[in-house]
Design a binder for this molecule. Structure first.
Ligand code: T4K
Length: 397
């Protein structure tokens, strides 16, 4: 029996342990122990401590922005970014995203309006967005999906012509740039996630970046209950603060970020080398001038040409111990809480619907070896070669 016979056809599983879609960068445990010892010694654990301040200074430089405010996670960061703008009405966004994006709109008492994405970049289509603007539109919330920058020039133009702020969900886009301009410098505000599944992380954390000093001050206020001083609370804030232990972790991970991004870049090239010519596979279009952070590696599967549907591939890879993920399926607009919105109809979201049925994210992280990437790519190719038999087995289960 060939070593590439799929496990579903009684071959050996490609891996004898589960290979996840991602794994976080882990700093030297001793270095982290040293930093936490200093924090414990200081007895200052949260509320804008020294490590958090240092982390914010370093992030400000790293992200090339005027102001960077850290948060306890990316969702709270985005929630507070929208709140800081004092919005009322409807926010145009993409359904092809993690549920946190529309949830943050709803939690602010605003209404999400879903618009379709471009079939090639997977990002919100500015042409469709412009047609959907009404007097009720108070903001546009595009997502740099998988770290691929949105059409920032088109959104800037729309923002200026209609006087509508753009808030970017930059959860995936840490360290990305467009024509040498850092991603966080576009729009009124951008919110990043530093969750463990992100290229850059501090286990749980996030940040909002701003160019405007008064918006930055508002973010600081809102993430700390709106407290101005001992006698004054100004605005309905929340507790969005990052604590010292997470800030310390972030400082150490930041030291490794360039290496992590470049390792991932080499693995992405390796995937492409083997998969680009495989019938039935397509990839997100990245425009020239983009510097990516290699957050993830996603293939788009055309069932007819590949021989298997995305769901069948996802299932078959599972039996090889390759844990791929369907980012993003279902669309946010398909979830119960959003499906009754007028903008949630499938006909309104044709590209997003098609993508959501076809995309599959494969394992990608710096600690993955090139041999492992080869094995994943070859396993995918053999699934296509044995598609007829694999289909039959899956149907019989
Ligand atoms: N906006 C967008 C566009 C987002 O994608 C997200 C989050 C947000 C906003 C909100 O940011 P945060 O509030 O989360 O900071 C994950 C993450 O939990 C979520 O942060 C992320 N997007 C989303 C795309 O992915 P799950 O449910 O897929 O994660 P989970 O636990 O299944 O982890 C995926 C794989 O990662 C695991 O199979 C193994 C590996 N893993 C995970 C963790 C947590 C590890 O190896 N170690 C770990 O500690 O949501």
């Amino acid at each position: 029996m060939s070593s590439t016979t799929p496990a579903l056809l009684s071959g050996h599983a490609a891996f004898d342990r589960e290979v996840f879609v991602t794994q976080p960068v882990i700093p030297d445990p001793q270095a982290y122990a040293d930093l936490t010892a200093a924090i414990f010694e200081s007895r200052w654990l949260t509320n804008n401590g020294a490590k958090t301040q240092q982390f914010e200074r370093q992030l400000t430089t790293h992200l090339g922005v005027a102001f960077c405010k850290t948060f306890c996670n990316g969702t709270t960061a985005l929630l507070t970014a929208l709140r800081a703008l004092g919005l009322k009405g409807e926010v145009i966004t993409t359904p092809f995203t993690f549920p946190a994006t529309p949830h943050c709109i709803e939690w602010n008492g605003l209404t999400p309006v879903f618009c379709d994405v471009r079939a090639d970049t997977y990002n919100l289509d500015p042409v469709v967005v412009e047609k959907s603007i009404t007097p009720a539109t108070c903001a546009i919330l595009p997502v740099h999906v998988f770290g691929n920058p949105c059409d920032v020039a088109a959104f800037e133009d729309i923002s200026q012509r209609y006087g509508i702020p753009i808030v970017y969900d930059a959860a995936h886009a840490f360290g990305v740039s467009v024509n040498n301009r850092q991603i966080g410098t576009f729009g009124s505000l951008s919110a990043f996630s530093f969750h463990a599944t992100k290229v850059f992380h501090c286990a749980e954390g996030g940040a909002v970046v701003a160019a405007d000093s008064s918006l930055a001050a508002r973010l600081s206020l809102l993430r700390n209950f709106g407290i101005v001083d001992e006698n004054t609370v100004s605005g309905i804030g929340l507790n969005g603060k990052l604590d010292e232990l997470h800030a310390a972790l972030g400082l150490l991970v930041l030291e490794q970020i360039d290496e992590e991004i470049s390792r991932r870049g080499a693995l992405v090239q390796r995937y492409h080398l083997q998969l680009d010519e495989v019938p039935g596979l397509a990839f997100q279009t990245i425009h020239p001038g983009t510097t990516l952070n290699n957050y993830n590696f996603t293939v788009e599967i055309d069932a007819e040409a590949f021989g298997l549907t995305r769901d069948q591939v996802h299932f078959a890879l599972r039996s090889e111990n390759i844990i791929s993920r369907k980012y993003f399926h279902p669309l946010c607009s398909e979830n119960e809480c959003y499906r009754d919105l007028a903008s949630s109809t499938e006909s309104n979201l044709a590209n997003a619907t098609r993508l959501s049925e076809r995309v599959l994210s494969l394992p990608l992280y710096g600690a993955l070896t090139s041999h492992e990437v080869d094995l994943i790519a070859q396993t995918l190719i053999s699934l296509s070669e044995y598609a007829g038999d694999v289909r039959q087995v899956i149907r019989s289960l």
